[in-house]
Write a protein that binds this ligand. Structure first.
Ligand code: FAD
Length: 487
Protein backbone atom coordinates (compact mmCIF):
# COMPACT_ATOMS: atom_id res chain seq x y z
CA UNK A 1 0.00 0.00 0.00
CA UNK A 2 0.96 3.60 -0.57
CA UNK A 3 1.46 5.68 2.52
CA UNK A 4 0.69 9.32 3.23
CA UNK A 5 1.90 11.72 5.90
CA UNK A 6 -0.23 14.64 7.01
CA UNK A 7 1.65 17.46 8.72
CA UNK A 8 -0.67 19.02 11.31
CA UNK A 9 -4.05 18.00 12.69
CA UNK A 10 -5.99 21.18 11.99
CA UNK A 11 -9.48 20.60 10.64
CA UNK A 12 -8.13 20.43 7.07
CA UNK A 13 -5.42 17.96 8.07
CA UNK A 14 -7.95 15.66 9.75
CA UNK A 15 -10.30 15.84 6.75
CA UNK A 16 -7.39 15.08 4.39
CA UNK A 17 -6.38 12.08 6.49
CA UNK A 18 -9.93 10.68 6.32
CA UNK A 19 -10.16 11.16 2.57
CA UNK A 20 -6.75 9.64 1.86
CA UNK A 21 -7.35 6.64 4.12
CA UNK A 22 -10.59 6.03 2.21
CA UNK A 23 -8.62 6.20 -1.02
CA UNK A 24 -6.46 3.33 0.16
CA UNK A 25 -3.47 5.16 1.65
CA UNK A 26 -2.06 4.21 5.04
CA UNK A 27 -2.14 7.63 6.71
CA UNK A 28 -0.15 9.02 9.64
CA UNK A 29 -0.84 12.49 11.04
CA UNK A 30 1.96 14.28 12.92
CA UNK A 31 0.87 17.04 15.27
CA UNK A 32 3.19 19.26 17.26
CA UNK A 33 0.62 19.90 20.01
CA UNK A 34 -0.58 17.33 22.54
CA UNK A 35 -4.13 17.66 21.16
CA UNK A 36 -5.76 17.70 17.72
CA UNK A 37 -7.68 20.50 15.99
CA UNK A 38 -5.23 23.42 15.94
CA UNK A 39 -7.41 26.52 16.14
CA UNK A 40 -10.51 24.35 16.50
CA UNK A 41 -9.83 23.04 19.99
CA UNK A 42 -11.14 23.56 23.52
CA UNK A 43 -10.01 23.92 27.13
CA UNK A 44 -11.32 24.19 30.67
CA UNK A 45 -10.80 27.18 32.92
CA UNK A 46 -12.00 26.43 36.43
CA UNK A 47 -15.53 25.08 36.04
CA UNK A 48 -16.00 26.70 32.65
CA UNK A 49 -15.53 25.01 29.25
CA UNK A 50 -14.39 27.13 26.32
CA UNK A 51 -14.00 26.54 22.61
CA UNK A 52 -10.65 28.16 21.87
CA UNK A 53 -11.23 29.39 18.32
CA UNK A 54 -14.20 29.19 15.97
CA UNK A 55 -17.64 29.85 17.41
CA UNK A 56 -19.82 30.19 14.32
CA UNK A 57 -20.74 26.98 12.55
CA UNK A 58 -22.12 27.19 9.03
CA UNK A 59 -22.53 24.61 6.27
CA UNK A 60 -22.55 21.50 8.50
CA UNK A 61 -23.09 19.31 5.43
CA UNK A 62 -19.35 19.57 4.72
CA UNK A 63 -18.70 17.80 8.03
CA UNK A 64 -21.49 15.25 7.51
CA UNK A 65 -20.10 14.51 4.05
CA UNK A 66 -16.97 12.98 5.58
CA UNK A 67 -18.95 10.47 7.65
CA UNK A 68 -21.16 9.63 4.69
CA UNK A 69 -18.13 9.11 2.47
CA UNK A 70 -16.96 6.52 4.99
CA UNK A 71 -20.36 4.81 4.90
CA UNK A 72 -21.21 5.92 8.45
CA UNK A 73 -24.22 7.69 9.88
CA UNK A 74 -22.99 11.18 10.86
CA UNK A 75 -25.44 11.20 13.79
CA UNK A 76 -23.59 8.28 15.36
CA UNK A 77 -20.60 10.60 15.75
CA UNK A 78 -21.60 14.25 15.73
CA UNK A 79 -24.69 16.19 16.84
CA UNK A 80 -25.74 19.70 15.95
CA UNK A 81 -28.89 21.80 15.95
CA UNK A 82 -30.02 24.73 13.86
CA UNK A 83 -29.92 28.02 15.75
CA UNK A 84 -32.68 30.40 14.67
CA UNK A 85 -31.11 33.57 16.04
CA UNK A 86 -28.26 34.91 13.97
CA UNK A 87 -26.92 37.57 16.35
CA UNK A 88 -27.87 40.15 18.97
CA UNK A 89 -26.50 43.50 17.77
CA UNK A 90 -25.95 46.44 20.14
CA UNK A 91 -25.00 50.03 19.35
CA UNK A 92 -23.75 52.57 21.89
CA UNK A 93 -26.80 54.81 21.39
CA UNK A 94 -29.05 52.11 22.84
CA UNK A 95 -30.24 50.62 19.53
CA UNK A 96 -30.64 46.82 19.70
CA UNK A 97 -31.43 44.27 17.03
CA UNK A 98 -32.12 40.64 17.88
CA UNK A 99 -31.48 39.35 14.38
CA UNK A 100 -33.16 36.15 13.23
CA UNK A 101 -31.57 33.87 10.67
CA UNK A 102 -34.87 33.69 8.80
CA UNK A 103 -34.95 36.41 6.13
CA UNK A 104 -38.65 37.29 6.46
CA UNK A 105 -38.47 37.65 10.25
CA UNK A 106 -35.21 39.60 10.00
CA UNK A 107 -36.61 42.02 7.40
CA UNK A 108 -39.72 42.60 9.48
CA UNK A 109 -37.72 43.35 12.63
CA UNK A 110 -35.36 45.65 10.74
CA UNK A 111 -38.39 47.48 9.37
CA UNK A 112 -39.77 47.98 12.89
CA UNK A 113 -36.49 49.24 14.35
CA UNK A 114 -34.90 51.13 11.44
CA UNK A 115 -37.94 51.92 9.26
CA UNK A 116 -36.17 50.31 6.31
CA UNK A 117 -38.48 48.57 3.87
CA UNK A 118 -38.39 44.75 4.22
CA UNK A 119 -37.90 44.48 0.45
CA UNK A 120 -34.46 46.12 0.77
CA UNK A 121 -33.17 43.41 3.12
CA UNK A 122 -34.88 40.63 1.16
CA UNK A 123 -33.25 41.94 -2.03
CA UNK A 124 -29.86 42.15 -0.35
CA UNK A 125 -30.01 38.51 0.74
CA UNK A 126 -31.31 37.43 -2.67
CA UNK A 127 -28.25 39.09 -4.14
CA UNK A 128 -26.07 37.07 -1.74
CA UNK A 129 -27.76 33.89 -3.00
CA UNK A 130 -27.24 35.04 -6.58
CA UNK A 131 -23.51 35.59 -6.07
CA UNK A 132 -23.31 32.13 -4.53
CA UNK A 133 -25.14 30.52 -7.43
CA UNK A 134 -22.81 32.16 -9.95
CA UNK A 135 -19.43 31.77 -8.29
CA UNK A 136 -19.82 29.48 -5.26
CA UNK A 137 -19.00 26.16 -6.86
CA UNK A 138 -16.40 27.47 -9.25
CA UNK A 139 -14.34 29.32 -6.71
CA UNK A 140 -14.78 27.16 -3.71
CA UNK A 141 -15.32 23.59 -4.76
CA UNK A 142 -12.44 23.11 -7.16
CA UNK A 143 -8.91 24.07 -7.88
CA UNK A 144 -8.43 27.18 -9.98
CA UNK A 145 -4.97 25.97 -10.84
CA UNK A 146 -5.20 22.59 -12.58
CA UNK A 147 -4.85 22.37 -16.33
CA UNK A 148 -7.96 20.28 -16.61
CA UNK A 149 -9.90 23.12 -15.01
CA UNK A 150 -8.59 25.61 -17.52
CA UNK A 151 -12.01 25.80 -19.06
CA UNK A 152 -13.36 26.71 -15.65
CA UNK A 153 -10.77 29.41 -15.32
CA UNK A 154 -12.02 30.86 -18.58
CA UNK A 155 -15.55 30.66 -17.20
CA UNK A 156 -14.43 32.41 -14.03
CA UNK A 157 -12.94 35.23 -16.06
CA UNK A 158 -16.11 35.55 -18.11
CA UNK A 159 -18.22 35.57 -14.96
CA UNK A 160 -16.14 38.29 -13.39
CA UNK A 161 -17.06 40.50 -16.32
CA UNK A 162 -20.75 40.00 -15.55
CA UNK A 163 -22.68 42.67 -13.67
CA UNK A 164 -24.53 42.26 -10.40
CA UNK A 165 -21.66 40.68 -8.49
CA UNK A 166 -20.18 43.92 -7.14
CA UNK A 167 -16.69 42.76 -7.99
CA UNK A 168 -15.52 46.26 -8.87
CA UNK A 169 -16.82 47.97 -5.71
CA UNK A 170 -15.70 47.55 -2.13
CA UNK A 171 -18.04 45.56 0.09
CA UNK A 172 -18.73 48.79 1.99
CA UNK A 173 -19.67 50.64 -1.18
CA UNK A 174 -21.94 47.79 -2.28
CA UNK A 175 -23.65 47.76 1.13
CA UNK A 176 -23.96 51.52 1.08
CA UNK A 177 -25.62 51.37 -2.34
CA UNK A 178 -27.94 48.51 -1.35
CA UNK A 179 -29.07 49.17 2.23
CA UNK A 180 -28.09 52.82 2.85
CA UNK A 181 -28.98 53.00 6.54
CA UNK A 182 -25.59 53.48 8.29
CA UNK A 183 -26.26 50.92 11.06
CA UNK A 184 -27.33 48.29 8.53
CA UNK A 185 -24.36 49.10 6.32
CA UNK A 186 -22.18 48.43 9.38
CA UNK A 187 -24.03 45.17 9.98
CA UNK A 188 -23.46 43.97 6.42
CA UNK A 189 -19.88 45.32 6.40
CA UNK A 190 -19.03 43.08 9.35
CA UNK A 191 -19.22 40.00 7.14
CA UNK A 192 -15.79 41.00 5.77
CA UNK A 193 -14.36 39.97 9.14
CA UNK A 194 -15.55 36.40 8.57
CA UNK A 195 -12.44 35.96 6.47
CA UNK A 196 -10.31 38.50 8.31
CA UNK A 197 -10.66 41.27 5.75
CA UNK A 198 -11.38 45.00 5.66
CA UNK A 199 -14.88 45.87 4.35
CA UNK A 200 -13.58 49.12 2.90
CA UNK A 201 -11.10 47.19 0.72
CA UNK A 202 -12.48 43.69 0.17
CA UNK A 203 -14.55 43.43 -3.04
CA UNK A 204 -18.35 43.57 -2.94
CA UNK A 205 -18.45 39.96 -4.13
CA UNK A 206 -17.93 39.11 -0.42
CA UNK A 207 -21.60 40.00 -0.19
CA UNK A 208 -21.89 36.22 -0.71
CA UNK A 209 -21.12 35.61 3.00
CA UNK A 210 -24.52 36.56 4.56
CA UNK A 211 -26.02 33.98 2.21
CA UNK A 212 -24.61 31.20 4.37
CA UNK A 213 -25.84 32.76 7.61
CA UNK A 214 -29.32 33.86 6.52
CA UNK A 215 -30.37 31.76 3.55
CA UNK A 216 -28.85 28.50 4.81
CA UNK A 217 -28.63 29.23 8.54
CA UNK A 218 -26.28 28.93 11.47
CA UNK A 219 -25.82 25.79 13.51
CA UNK A 220 -24.57 24.78 16.93
CA UNK A 221 -22.74 21.53 17.72
CA UNK A 222 -24.46 20.41 20.91
CA UNK A 223 -21.20 19.32 22.50
CA UNK A 224 -19.38 22.48 21.47
CA UNK A 225 -17.40 23.50 18.39
CA UNK A 226 -14.57 21.24 19.49
CA UNK A 227 -16.80 18.21 18.86
CA UNK A 228 -16.26 18.86 15.13
CA UNK A 229 -12.60 18.04 15.76
CA UNK A 230 -13.13 15.18 18.20
CA UNK A 231 -15.80 13.43 16.12
CA UNK A 232 -13.71 13.63 12.94
CA UNK A 233 -10.63 12.35 14.79
CA UNK A 234 -12.74 9.45 16.04
CA UNK A 235 -13.90 8.69 12.50
CA UNK A 236 -10.31 8.89 11.21
CA UNK A 237 -9.10 6.51 13.92
CA UNK A 238 -11.98 4.08 13.22
CA UNK A 239 -10.78 4.03 9.61
CA UNK A 240 -7.22 3.26 10.70
CA UNK A 241 -5.52 6.69 10.58
CA UNK A 242 -2.61 6.96 13.00
CA UNK A 243 -2.29 10.21 15.02
CA UNK A 244 1.07 11.00 16.58
CA UNK A 245 1.07 13.99 18.96
CA UNK A 246 3.87 16.14 20.38
CA UNK A 247 5.87 15.67 17.18
CA UNK A 248 6.83 18.63 15.03
CA UNK A 249 7.85 17.87 11.43
CA UNK A 250 11.15 19.59 10.62
CA UNK A 251 11.57 19.08 6.89
CA UNK A 252 9.94 17.70 3.76
CA UNK A 253 12.46 15.61 1.80
CA UNK A 254 12.39 15.48 -2.01
CA UNK A 255 14.14 13.00 -4.29
CA UNK A 256 17.31 13.95 -6.22
CA UNK A 257 15.32 15.36 -9.15
CA UNK A 258 13.43 17.64 -6.70
CA UNK A 259 10.28 16.59 -8.55
CA UNK A 260 8.84 14.02 -6.16
CA UNK A 261 8.39 13.82 -2.40
CA UNK A 262 10.34 11.17 -0.57
CA UNK A 263 9.40 11.68 3.09
CA UNK A 264 9.89 13.89 6.10
CA UNK A 265 12.45 14.52 8.80
CA UNK A 266 11.18 14.53 12.32
CA UNK A 267 13.48 14.75 15.36
CA UNK A 268 16.42 13.87 13.14
CA UNK A 269 14.82 10.72 11.69
CA UNK A 270 13.81 10.18 8.07
CA UNK A 271 10.35 8.73 7.45
CA UNK A 272 9.37 7.63 3.93
CA UNK A 273 6.07 8.77 2.34
CA UNK A 274 4.50 8.49 -1.11
CA UNK A 275 2.35 11.52 -0.49
CA UNK A 276 2.61 14.47 1.88
CA UNK A 277 -0.16 16.86 2.84
CA UNK A 278 0.99 19.99 4.63
CA UNK A 279 -1.61 21.49 6.93
CA UNK A 280 1.07 23.83 8.25
CA UNK A 281 0.59 27.45 7.20
CA UNK A 282 1.93 27.61 3.64
CA UNK A 283 4.30 30.45 4.61
CA UNK A 284 6.05 28.31 7.22
CA UNK A 285 5.82 25.20 5.02
CA UNK A 286 8.12 26.93 2.53
CA UNK A 287 10.30 28.78 5.04
CA UNK A 288 10.85 25.91 7.46
CA UNK A 289 10.05 22.61 5.76
CA UNK A 290 11.25 23.35 2.23
CA UNK A 291 14.17 25.75 2.72
CA UNK A 292 16.04 24.36 -0.30
CA UNK A 293 13.43 25.14 -2.93
CA UNK A 294 12.54 28.55 -4.29
CA UNK A 295 9.43 29.85 -2.56
CA UNK A 296 6.67 31.64 -4.49
CA UNK A 297 7.42 35.14 -3.19
CA UNK A 298 4.38 36.81 -4.73
CA UNK A 299 2.06 34.36 -3.03
CA UNK A 300 3.84 34.42 0.30
CA UNK A 301 4.04 38.21 0.46
CA UNK A 302 0.27 38.69 0.31
CA UNK A 303 -1.18 40.77 3.12
CA UNK A 304 -2.21 38.54 6.06
CA UNK A 305 -5.75 38.39 7.38
CA UNK A 306 -6.52 40.04 10.70
CA UNK A 307 -5.75 38.31 13.98
CA UNK A 308 -7.62 38.69 17.27
CA UNK A 309 -7.37 39.25 20.99
CA UNK A 310 -9.68 36.95 22.94
CA UNK A 311 -10.59 37.11 26.61
CA UNK A 312 -12.18 33.91 27.89
CA UNK A 313 -14.15 34.99 30.94
CA UNK A 314 -16.04 32.86 33.42
CA UNK A 315 -18.88 35.26 34.37
CA UNK A 316 -20.78 34.63 37.60
CA UNK A 317 -24.07 36.04 36.42
CA UNK A 318 -26.60 35.54 33.64
CA UNK A 319 -27.50 38.16 31.03
CA UNK A 320 -30.91 37.42 29.47
CA UNK A 321 -30.43 40.19 26.87
CA UNK A 322 -27.52 38.23 25.37
CA UNK A 323 -27.72 35.22 23.04
CA UNK A 324 -25.21 32.74 21.60
CA UNK A 325 -23.67 35.39 19.29
CA UNK A 326 -23.55 39.07 20.30
CA UNK A 327 -21.95 42.13 18.74
CA UNK A 328 -21.27 45.51 20.35
CA UNK A 329 -20.47 47.79 17.44
CA UNK A 330 -17.83 50.52 17.45
CA UNK A 331 -18.94 54.08 16.77
CA UNK A 332 -16.54 54.62 13.88
CA UNK A 333 -16.15 51.45 11.83
CA UNK A 334 -13.95 53.00 9.14
CA UNK A 335 -11.48 54.29 11.68
CA UNK A 336 -11.46 50.91 13.43
CA UNK A 337 -10.41 49.10 10.24
CA UNK A 338 -7.85 51.78 9.38
CA UNK A 339 -6.34 51.30 12.83
CA UNK A 340 -6.16 47.53 12.35
CA UNK A 341 -5.00 47.24 8.73
CA UNK A 342 -3.13 50.53 8.13
CA UNK A 343 -1.76 51.46 11.56
CA UNK A 344 -1.47 47.79 12.65
CA UNK A 345 -2.76 48.69 16.07
CA UNK A 346 -5.84 48.37 18.31
CA UNK A 347 -8.69 50.86 18.10
CA UNK A 348 -9.74 52.55 21.35
CA UNK A 349 -13.41 51.78 20.65
CA UNK A 350 -13.31 48.27 19.20
CA UNK A 351 -16.27 46.23 17.95
CA UNK A 352 -16.68 43.51 20.56
CA UNK A 353 -17.95 40.02 19.76
CA UNK A 354 -19.22 37.91 22.66
CA UNK A 355 -19.98 34.24 22.18
CA UNK A 356 -21.69 32.38 25.02
CA UNK A 357 -21.99 28.65 24.32
CA UNK A 358 -23.51 28.03 27.76
CA UNK A 359 -26.66 29.77 26.50
CA UNK A 360 -27.34 26.43 24.78
CA UNK A 361 -24.89 23.94 26.26
CA UNK A 362 -25.74 24.52 29.93
CA UNK A 363 -22.92 22.34 31.23
CA UNK A 364 -20.33 24.72 29.74
CA UNK A 365 -20.70 26.98 32.83
CA UNK A 366 -21.69 26.52 36.48
CA UNK A 367 -25.25 27.31 37.58
CA UNK A 368 -26.29 30.97 37.18
CA UNK A 369 -23.04 31.68 35.31
CA UNK A 370 -21.95 32.05 31.68
CA UNK A 371 -18.79 31.31 29.66
CA UNK A 372 -17.95 34.46 27.73
CA UNK A 373 -15.66 34.28 24.70
CA UNK A 374 -14.92 37.98 24.15
CA UNK A 375 -13.12 38.71 20.91
CA UNK A 376 -11.94 41.85 19.13
CA UNK A 377 -10.23 42.03 15.75
CA UNK A 378 -6.52 42.76 15.87
CA UNK A 379 -3.75 43.31 13.33
CA UNK A 380 -1.45 40.48 12.32
CA UNK A 381 1.55 40.12 14.60
CA UNK A 382 4.47 42.27 13.50
CA UNK A 383 6.06 42.56 16.91
CA UNK A 384 3.74 45.22 18.36
CA UNK A 385 3.85 45.90 22.10
CA UNK A 386 1.07 43.39 22.75
CA UNK A 387 1.17 43.52 26.55
CA UNK A 388 0.34 47.23 26.48
CA UNK A 389 -2.23 46.82 23.69
CA UNK A 390 -3.95 43.96 25.54
CA UNK A 391 -4.18 45.99 28.77
CA UNK A 392 -5.64 49.00 26.99
CA UNK A 393 -8.03 46.84 24.97
CA UNK A 394 -9.24 45.04 28.08
CA UNK A 395 -10.12 48.39 29.70
CA UNK A 396 -11.85 49.61 26.52
CA UNK A 397 -13.88 46.43 26.18
CA UNK A 398 -14.96 46.52 29.82
CA UNK A 399 -16.10 50.13 29.66
CA UNK A 400 -18.05 49.43 26.46
CA UNK A 401 -19.80 46.40 27.94
CA UNK A 402 -20.54 48.30 31.17
CA UNK A 403 -21.98 51.21 29.23
CA UNK A 404 -24.21 49.13 26.96
CA UNK A 405 -25.34 46.50 29.48
CA UNK A 406 -25.40 48.88 32.47
CA UNK A 407 -23.35 46.51 34.58
CA UNK A 408 -19.98 46.27 36.27
CA UNK A 409 -18.55 43.32 34.42
CA UNK A 410 -15.12 43.34 36.01
CA UNK A 411 -16.66 42.33 39.36
CA UNK A 412 -18.29 39.32 37.71
CA UNK A 413 -15.18 37.87 36.05
CA UNK A 414 -14.38 34.69 37.94
CA UNK A 415 -11.76 33.15 35.63
CA UNK A 416 -9.75 34.67 32.79
CA UNK A 417 -7.57 33.32 29.98
CA UNK A 418 -6.22 35.39 27.10
CA UNK A 419 -5.25 34.54 23.51
CA UNK A 420 -3.48 37.10 21.33
CA UNK A 421 -1.75 37.25 17.93
CA UNK A 422 1.52 36.02 19.45
CA UNK A 423 -0.01 32.98 21.11
CA UNK A 424 -2.13 32.17 18.04
CA UNK A 425 1.08 32.17 15.99
CA UNK A 426 2.94 30.10 18.58
CA UNK A 427 0.22 27.53 19.21
CA UNK A 428 -0.74 26.74 15.61
CA UNK A 429 2.28 28.07 13.67
CA UNK A 430 0.09 30.47 11.71
CA UNK A 431 2.33 33.15 10.26
CA UNK A 432 1.76 36.44 12.14
CA UNK A 433 -1.11 34.85 14.05
CA UNK A 434 -3.54 35.52 11.24
CA UNK A 435 -6.87 33.72 11.69
CA UNK A 436 -7.59 33.07 8.02
CA UNK A 437 -4.25 32.97 6.18
CA UNK A 438 -4.07 35.83 3.71
CA UNK A 439 -6.62 38.64 3.64
CA UNK A 440 -9.08 39.15 0.79
CA UNK A 441 -8.43 42.87 0.59
CA UNK A 442 -8.08 42.78 -3.19
CA UNK A 443 -10.11 41.63 -6.16
CA UNK A 444 -7.42 39.15 -7.05
CA UNK A 445 -7.06 37.50 -3.65
CA UNK A 446 -8.88 34.36 -4.79
CA UNK A 447 -6.32 33.87 -7.55
CA UNK A 448 -3.32 34.65 -5.38
CA UNK A 449 -3.91 32.04 -2.74
CA UNK A 450 -1.53 29.11 -2.98
CA UNK A 451 -2.98 26.11 -4.86
CA UNK A 452 -3.71 22.83 -3.07
CA UNK A 453 -0.79 21.10 -4.78
CA UNK A 454 2.63 22.00 -6.12
CA UNK A 455 3.25 22.09 -9.81
CA UNK A 456 6.51 20.23 -10.56
CA UNK A 457 6.63 18.38 -7.23
CA UNK A 458 4.65 15.18 -7.30
CA UNK A 459 3.02 14.07 -4.09
CA UNK A 460 3.10 17.43 -2.30
CA UNK A 461 -0.30 18.84 -1.32
CA UNK A 462 -1.38 21.86 0.74
CA UNK A 463 -4.51 22.27 2.84
CA UNK A 464 -5.91 24.64 5.46
CA UNK A 465 -6.83 28.25 5.94
CA UNK A 466 -3.69 29.68 4.34
CA UNK A 467 -4.26 28.11 0.89
CA UNK A 468 -7.07 27.84 -1.68
CA UNK A 469 -10.01 28.34 -1.21
CA UNK A 470 -9.43 30.14 2.13
CA UNK A 471 -9.94 30.22 5.90
CA UNK A 472 -12.88 29.23 8.06
CA UNK A 473 -14.08 25.69 8.76
CA UNK A 474 -16.13 25.10 5.58
CA UNK A 475 -13.38 26.33 3.26
CA UNK A 476 -10.70 24.38 5.13
CA UNK A 477 -12.81 21.24 4.67
CA UNK A 478 -13.10 22.06 0.97
CA UNK A 479 -9.33 22.49 0.69
CA UNK A 480 -8.97 18.88 1.85
CA UNK A 481 -11.52 17.75 -0.72
CA UNK A 482 -9.74 19.53 -3.57
CA UNK A 483 -6.21 18.55 -2.48
CA UNK A 484 -7.01 14.86 -2.11
CA UNK A 485 -8.97 14.69 -5.35
CA UNK A 486 -5.59 14.87 -7.09
CA UNK A 487 -4.06 12.12 -4.93
P1 FAD B 1 -4.97 25.06 12.00
O1 FAD B 1 -6.10 25.13 12.94
O2 FAD B 1 -4.20 26.28 11.71
O3 FAD B 1 -3.99 23.94 12.58
C1 FAD B 1 -2.76 23.60 12.02
C2 FAD B 1 -2.20 22.49 12.88
O4 FAD B 1 -0.97 22.05 12.34
C3 FAD B 1 -1.92 22.94 14.31
O5 FAD B 1 -2.47 22.01 15.20
C4 FAD B 1 -0.39 22.96 14.39
O6 FAD B 1 0.08 22.69 15.68
C5 FAD B 1 -0.03 21.88 13.39
N1 FAD B 1 1.30 22.05 12.81
C6 FAD B 1 1.76 23.12 12.10
N2 FAD B 1 3.01 22.88 11.68
C7 FAD B 1 3.35 21.66 12.11
C8 FAD B 1 4.52 20.86 11.95
N3 FAD B 1 5.60 21.31 11.29
N4 FAD B 1 4.53 19.63 12.51
C9 FAD B 1 3.45 19.16 13.21
N5 FAD B 1 2.32 19.88 13.36
C10 FAD B 1 2.27 21.11 12.83
N6 FAD B 1 -13.70 29.79 11.42
C11 FAD B 1 -15.03 29.58 11.29
O7 FAD B 1 -15.46 28.85 10.38
N7 FAD B 1 -15.93 30.16 12.15
C12 FAD B 1 -15.51 30.96 13.18
O8 FAD B 1 -16.34 31.45 13.97
C13 FAD B 1 -14.11 31.20 13.35
N8 FAD B 1 -13.65 31.96 14.38
C14 FAD B 1 -12.33 31.93 14.68
C15 FAD B 1 -11.88 32.51 15.87
C16 FAD B 1 -10.57 32.40 16.27
C17 FAD B 1 -10.11 33.01 17.57
C18 FAD B 1 -9.64 31.72 15.44
C19 FAD B 1 -8.20 31.57 15.87
C20 FAD B 1 -10.07 31.21 14.21
C21 FAD B 1 -11.40 31.29 13.83
N9 FAD B 1 -11.88 30.71 12.63
C22 FAD B 1 -13.22 30.57 12.44
C23 FAD B 1 -10.95 30.20 11.61
C24 FAD B 1 -10.74 28.70 11.72
O9 FAD B 1 -10.44 28.38 13.05
C25 FAD B 1 -9.56 28.30 10.85
O10 FAD B 1 -9.73 28.76 9.52
C26 FAD B 1 -9.39 26.78 10.80
O11 FAD B 1 -9.66 26.17 12.04
C27 FAD B 1 -7.98 26.51 10.36
O12 FAD B 1 -7.77 25.14 10.19
P2 FAD B 1 -6.47 24.59 9.49
O13 FAD B 1 -6.81 23.26 8.95
O14 FAD B 1 -5.90 25.59 8.56
O15 FAD B 1 -5.42 24.33 10.66
Amino acid sequence: TKNAIVIGSGIAGIASAIRLQLKGYAVTVFEKNSYPGGKLSAFKSGEYRFDAGPSLFTMPHFVDELFELAGKNPRDYFQYIKHDKSCHYFWDDGTKLEADSDVKKLSKKINEIFQVSPSIIEKKLKKAAHINSVIGDLFLEQSLHQVKNFLNLKTVKAILKMGGLDIHKSLHQANQDDVKHPKLVQLFDRYATYNGSNPYKTPGIMGIIPHYEHNIGTFFPTEGMNSITTSLVKLAKDLGVDFIYNKQVDEIVLDESQKQVKGIIIEGNFLQANLIVSNMDVYFTYKRLLPKIKSPQRTLSQERSSSAIIFYWGIKNEFPELDLHNIFFSKNYKEEFETIFDNKSMHSDPTVYINISSKIAKSDAPKNSENWFVMVNAPANEGQDWDTLINETRKNIISKINYVLKTNIEDLIETEEILDPRSIEGKTLSYQGSLYGTSSNSKFAAFLRHPNFKKNIKGLHFVGGSVHPGGGIPLCLLSAKIATSYA
